[in-house]
Write a protein that binds this ligand. Structure first.
Ligand code: FPP
Length: 250
């Protein structure tokens, strides 16, 4: 684990500071931005046009969620399996993320949003890694909310790396809480609500540990068609859910 990662993992407050205390609002929302390729293909555009469009919507949607009292948004930006895509699409996504993160720095500071990345750091291009680490450092003290970016991320990969880190440190009698601290997501609160667009009903190896008691919203719209109005509908539906966490109905 790099020194930088250790410092970031040491943060234990911040994610819930702006919580409304209103449990009908999910504190942590995880989003699988699916359907970019199909959205573009349907319009006779290259798949990459869907990704570019998707990235352009993020600020507006993040602002909407923060305004509603959500404190953490986790985005599945690139999975450990996405390397299987064409080199052209992979390169495009790496460059797009680098560009958006560099460009977004000023806005993240203005929005008082902390950026945190989860996923492997040993395969992504240096330029992207530099942009991520620069943002993590610059935004570390921001308190309005956290944007967690899953880049070269796989839930199983994260769990195996966490297990290995605990073994390497000679930990005995591992508890759930202690194991949690070895995960990339570390101090983030568990996911309350998972949203997946494009009509697919899969988890696709996203934040498996953190979703243990999440609610799910699988919606038909493609990610580039996502709007605050659709999010509003999803949040309204979430507020009607009776979350029992294995207990009985309240
Ligand atoms: C899934 O749609 C989307 C992705 C694999 C990439 C999403 C990433 C971005 C939009 C970059 C965001 C930028 C930052 C800075 C976080 P798909 O291509 O699998 O769609 P399909 O199922 O229709 O092919």
């Amino acid at each position: 684990m790099s020194l930088l990662s250790k410092i970031f993992k040491s943060k234990t407050v911040g994610e819930i500071e702006n919580s409304t205390g209103n449990h009908s609002i999910p504190g942590h929302v995880a989003i699988m931005m699916d359907g970019n390729g199909r959205w573009a293909t349907k319009r006779g555009l290259p798949r990459t046009a869907g990704h570019a469009n998707a990235a352009g919507k993020l600020e507006n949607l993040m602002t909407y969620l923060l305004d509603r009292g959500v404190h953490t948004v986790s985005l599945y930006a690139f999975s450990t399996e996405n390397w299987k895509r064409s080199k052209q699409e992979v390169d495009f996504l790496m460059n797009l993320m680098t560009k958006e993160l560099k460009r977004g720095k000023k806005r993240f500071m203005e929005m008082n949003v902390r950026i945190k990345a989860i996923g492997r750091r040993d395969n992504i291009p240096t330029k992207l890694l530099d942009a991520i680490e620069d943002l993590e450092l610059a935004t570390f003290g921001n308190t309005r909310g956290t944007l967690c970016l899953a880049i070269d991320y796989g839930g199983q990969d994260e769990i195996v790396r966490a297990a290995q880190a605990a073994i390497d440190e000679g930990v005995e009698n591992l508890t759930k809480e202690a194991f949690n601290s070895y995960l990339d997501s570390g101090e983030l609160t568990p996911i309350d609500l998972v949203i997946r667009t494009s009509g697919e009903f899969r988890l696709s190896n996203f934040m498996l540990w953190q979703m243990a008691y999440s609610e799910f919203a699988f919606i038909p719209e493609m990610w580039p068609d996502m709007t605050p109005k659709i999010l509003e509908k999803i949040l309204k539906d979430y507020s009607t859910r009776n979350r029992r966490f294995g207990g009985t109905k309240k």
